[in-house]
Design a protein around this ligand. Structure first.
Ligand code: ADP
Length: 151
């Protein structure tokens, strides 16, 4: 069974994340979308809301599971029999950042990181920009799946 983790903050989940997972399900038997919990960070959406947004978006896709985790991604992988880390690449800055993390993870454990290039239509979308649009009462609905709504 080919199992991958798609780790991230997902604050909030965007059409860019959605695109990577949709394409990832054609490569893996199971994708665990894992929301990393970092107690020193503050988030716009609660952990429960972030989980709910992703669950709802993939309610008809049994290959996609949603969970949360603390600590190192490689430790989560070892504990849950996950062999692959799935990440999206939007631009050269993402590449530089992801390259260092992927090398480190491979030093720490025998885990391969698989990168998918983002689709042209969603490559400009970032959670930080979505948060800015929301804070300033803009129309964020074009940037996120229908399951993501501000209460
Ligand atoms: P992190 O805090 O780990 O960067 P994010 O929630 O921002 O968490 O992103 C999780 C993953 O989704 C990362 O691999 C990131 O590159 C990818 N990603 C973010 N935005 C997009 C997008 N618009 N298109 C494709 N992948 C994206």
């Amino acid at each position: 069974m080919k199992r991958a983790i798609f780790p991230g903050s997902f604050d909030p989940f965007t059409l860019g994340h959605y695109d990577i997972i949709k394409r990832g399900v054609t490569l893996f038997d199971e994708i665990i979308v894992a929301i990393g919990v970092n107690s020193s960070k503050t988030y716009m959406f609660s952990l429960e809301e972030r989980q709910q947004f992703i669950r709802e978006a993939f309610k008809d896709e049994p290959k996609v599971k949603v969970t949360t985790y603390k600590g190192l991604t490689v430790d989560f992988c070892k504990a849950n029999n996950v062999e692959f880390i799935l990440r999206g690449l939007r631009n050269p800055a993402d590449f530089e950042f992801e390259k260092a993390i992927a090398h480190t993870n491979r030093d720490l454990a025998a885990i391969e990181t698989v990168f998918l290039l983002t689709s042209a239509e969603t490559s400009y979308i970032a959670s930080s920009i979505v948060r800015d649009v929301i804070r300033n009462n803009g129309d964020y609905t074009k940037l996120v799946p229908n399951s993501v709504r501000v209460k």
